[in-house]
Design a protein around this ligand. Structure first.
Ligand code: ATP
Length: 234
């Protein structure tokens, strides 16, 4: 369980997150929604230790992450897939995946790459291919798969749908849903694409100018016409 309490983060004079409090339930997808500049990316970057919060805490199963450096996070069970593909294009699919295993807490046994291939069969069929020849959707799968190599409990996903065709977005979202069902992962999913995100999420939170303005079951948020028009763009 990931508990976010009173998280407040600034870039100089700009307060990007302002007293955000909510809990991402274990084994569920929590969609983080809101317009451009609402603070969604800042939330993920603060949780994963890339930016230091001015105030507030994040607890992962009771452990306070707020003062932990980003490089410790994978070993504590938190994986962050930032916006943009972030694959190392000169390396093969398999080499990219093996890099993902470096942060694992338990490195006394070999990384279970076969488990990851069983979740992403398309990557297995392309294991020796150089990553730059993969399609956008395959590259997005590769960065998610690479994050799973660290065997996280919590996966932070920033805009996995960015730049992908609608058909591919559906595939990626179904895959994320499947991972949560089969692996019991806890997911924080940042999305501009609120309608699609709410269709696979269990819970949604809505940010506006750094503040939390709604937190409810995904279906309830999707049914709230006023909220949709005000913050979600559909
Ligand atoms: P988007 O979908 O456009 O990425 P977002 O909801 O993820 O939006 P953030 O990127 O977290 O929003 O930005 C929140 C606020 O912080 C915005 O006002 C933005 O201009 C500002 N901001 C973000 N990154 C920086 C930065 N590196 N330096 C200064 N201000 C920043």
């Amino acid at each position: 369980m990931l508990e976010i309490r009173d998280l407040t983060t600034s870039y100089g004079p700009v307060k990007a997150l302002d007293g955000v409090t909510f809990t991402a339930a274990r084994g569920k997808i929590t969609a983080v929604l809101g317009a451009n500049g609402a603070g969604k990316t800042t939330l993920l970057r603060t949780v994963s230790g890339l930016i230091r919060a001015d105030r507030g805490n994040t607890y992962l199963d009771g452990l306070d992450l707020a003062r932990m450096p980003a490089e410790k996070m994978p070993g504590l069970g938190l994986a962050h897939v930032p916006e943009g593909r972030g694959v190392i294009t000169e390396l093969t699919v398999e080499e990219n995946l093996r890099l993902g295993a470096l942060g694992r807490a338990d490195r006394s046994r070999p990384a279970d790459i076969d488990r990851v291939y069983s979740l992403f069969p398309v990557l297995e069929s392309r294991r020796s291919a150089v990553a730059h020849i993969l399609s956008g959707g395959e590259q997005q799968m590769l960065v998610i798969a690479r994050a799973l190599m660290a065997e996280p409990k919590v996966l932070l996903l920033d805009e996995p749908s960015l730049g992908l065709a609608p058909r591919i977005v559906v595939q990626i979202f179904e895959l994320i849903r499947g991972l949560v069902e089969s692996e019991g992962l806890t997911v924080l999913l940042v999305e501009q694409n609120a309608r699609s995100a709410l269709s696979i999420a269990d819970i949604g939170v809505v940010l506006d100018l750094g503040r939390l303005v709604a937190h409810d079951e995904a279906a309830a948020l999707a049914a709230d016409e006023k909220l949709r028009h005000a913050y979600l763009g559909f």
